[in-house]
Design a protein around this ligand. Structure first.
Ligand SMILES: Cc1cc2nc3c(=O)[nH]c(=O)nc-3n(C[C@H](O)[C@H](O)[C@H](O)COP(=O)(O)OP(=O)(O)OC[C@H]3O[C@@H](n4cnc5c(N)ncnc54)[C@H](O)[C@@H]3O)c2cc1C
Length: 544
């Protein structure tokens, strides 16, 4: 695993696009498909960014220093700039292009849950906003340093809460501090023979607290569940005091308050510890690729897998456009041979299906794989074998690096996600594709809008869209902002889908939340917030 700088904000990795490059064949394909002309648009240096002076009152600074020590209240430009915004395409653009960015007035780095609690109390007493910051990988504006009605705001960075607190191997439970980054969580748990099984594409950077705060979902959700399924208990610091929930695996003692905290995006409190369900590390795994002919055939097969309980641990279906993008980015004679092979097998509109199985024993894996293949045998499926599965697995965290390289070359590249019931899946996909295509077709440019299903349920599935189009250099922010707005309108009109399956609400999706949960739902969330955070200092402008 690479060492990733905690504070990089203009790209996924410190070297920007340098970790990946846009191969010539891929640039040619993009040119033919979108009208793209390669341009060198590297990130502007950090020195080109204007950061306003800190407005943190001296009294608040002194009180914070008394809690965490002088060296853990950071006021320097670099520390504040490093926690300015998340990692959406628009966040990256703001950092790359120069101009003014919204930096926090200070960064506070407490050492443990007790210090987090006291920091929150100090901020509430001084009317200072607090933005909890885990890995800073939010793509919906969740870590933007907004002030709301406050005159100053601090980022509360959880990076020092990096410990595995305890493991209960009998119950298969572990308590992890909120700032533990996902690869470190896996490393710490592996020492006890366990895995969490949570592998979002942001795995390398995101934290346990961030996963809980956003109801994250990882690539192996078919086998391990979403993050909220893994949460058994939460310790939360609030201006009203500490709140701990979760004492047993199930309970009929009223509504599940744990689920009120999970997904609260720092607006109700700061998660300091999470008790998670863990599983023994699987003894064996196997990944394979299959191809189905056309989106409907692919979606039908994946639905059958989900509804009769024969999914793999990973089950991921690309639509024809995403399959084409994948083949085009790889390029070379091997891809041409695959295309020819598929044509010869009667596949005219290839949809790539990746399935990964894991087993406690080899026999378990074999049985699970057989069950999947039995379901797939009822659908017209061509196997691409383990090589295709291994290729996907090898590149499963490469997307953010490729995005850096594409951004350097002048491409507008961004993703968005939603979910709905199976009966509405095609309508949702068509509507979002139409919205993105219409808004981004301009000036001789044609976008590529690719889609995949990577999280399935008995009743429905997620849809994840990736869009590529030459960047509008005169109004790059407006170009994507309009497209995203059109997609959000398409998703939320007539409750076609959810405004977020796993990226959360943040700032970007907040305007659409009332359509999804209703005015009464917004009032309920508002009441909870007022109860836990009467001064309104927690993560101003997010969620509600
Ligand atoms: C390239 C890329 C790929 C991604 N892929 C996926 C994916 O596959 N699946 C997925 O689910 N998400 C994905 N995301 C989104 C993001 O990684 C998730 O939302 C993740 O859960 C955020 O974790 P984090 O530690 O980075 O949180 P941050 O970005 O730091 O924070 C996210 C939100 O949670 C709040 N928060 C953070 N920590 C705490 C805490 N301890 N207590 C209270 N509130 C807190 C923040 O204030 C903010 O509102 C992706 C993002 C990127 C950039």
């Amino acid at each position: 695993m690479d060492h990733l700088d905690h504070l990089v904000r203009g790209s996924w990795t410190p070297s920007g696009g340098g970790d990946a490059e846009l191969p010539e064949h891929a640039a040619k394909w993009l040119a033919a498909r979108t009208g793209f002309v390669a341009r060198d648009t590297p990130a502007a240096p950090d020195s080109a960014l204007a950061v306003a002076d800190s407005a943190l009152p001296d009294s608040a600074r002194a009180a914070l220093t008394a809690v965490v020590g002088d060296e853990h209240v950071l006021l320097d430009r670099e520390a504040r700039l490093g926690r300015t915004g998340g990692l959406s395409y628009l966040d990256l653009l703001r950092h790359r292009g120069g101009g003014e960015v919204t930096a926090p007035d200070a960064v506070v780095v407490p050492a443990d849950p007790a210090q987090v609690q006291r920091v929150i109390e100090v901020c509430a007493a001084h009317g200072v906003g607090v933005v909890p910051f885990g890995g800073g990988t939010s793509v919906v504006g969740g870590v933007q340093a907004l002030r709301g009605d406050k005159t100053s705001v601090v980022v509360l960075d959880l990076m020092r809460l990096d410990k595995l607190v305890s493991v209960d191997p009998v119950s298969r439970l572990a308590v992890l501090q909120a700032g533990v980054v996902a690869p470190e969580a896996e490393r710490l748990l592996a020492e006890h023979g366990f895995t969490l099984g949570h592998f979002p594409q942001s795995f390398e950077r995101a934290t346990i607290g961030g996963f809980a705060a956003t109801r994250s979902s990882g690539q192996a959700s078919a086998g391990y569940g979403r993050f909220e399924d893994m949460v058994e208990g939460v310790r939360l610091a609030t201006p009203r005091g500490e709140w701990q929930v979760g004492v047993s695996p199930a309970s009929a003692a009223g509504p599940d308050l744990k689920q009120l905290i999970v997904g609260s995006e720092g607006a109700f409190g700061v998660i300091t510890e999470v008790t998670v369900r863990v599983r023994p590390i699987p003894a064996s795994d196997r990944y394979e690729g299959f191809v189905l002919d056309g989106w409907s055939a692919g979606a039908d097969a994946v639905r059958a897998l989900a509804q009769n309980g024969t999914r793999g641990t990973v089950t991921r279906l690309s639509d024809p456009t995403e399959t084409e993008v994948g083949f085009a980015l790889k390029g070379g004679w091997k891809m041409n041979a695959v295309r020819a092979y598929l044509r010869a097998r009667g596949i005219t509109d290839p949809c790539l299906l990746i399935i990964g199985w894991e087993g406690r024993t080899k026999a378990d894996l074999t049985a699970a794989r057989k069950a999947t293949l039995r379901t797939l045998s009822k659908h017209k499926t061509v196997s691409l074998g383990q090589a295709a599965g291994a290729a996907w697995r090898h590149g499963r965290f490469a997307g953010p690096r490729q995005r850096d390289a594409l951004m350097d070359a002048g491409v507008c590249v961004e993703t968005l996600e939603t979910a709905t019931y199976w009966s509405k899946l095609d309508a949702l996909r068509d509507t979002v594709r139409e919205a993105l295509t219409t808004t981004l077709t301009a000036g001789g440019h044609q976008p590529v809008v690719a889609c995949h299903i990577s999280h399935t349920y008995e009743t429905g599935a997620s849809l994840y869209f990736t869009t590529l189009v030459p960047r509008d250099l005169t109004d790059p922010v407006g170009q994507w902002a309009k497209a995203k707005q059109a997609a959000c309108e398409a998703i939320s009109t007539d409750s076609l889908g959810t405004i977020s399956h796993h990226h959360a609400t943040g700032v970007d999706h907040a305007p659409y939340l009332p359509r999804e949960i209703g005015a009464l739902g917004v009032d309920v969330l508002g009441a909870v917030k007022r109860e836990l955070d009467p001064e309104g200092v927690l993560n101003p402008g997010k969620l509600i």
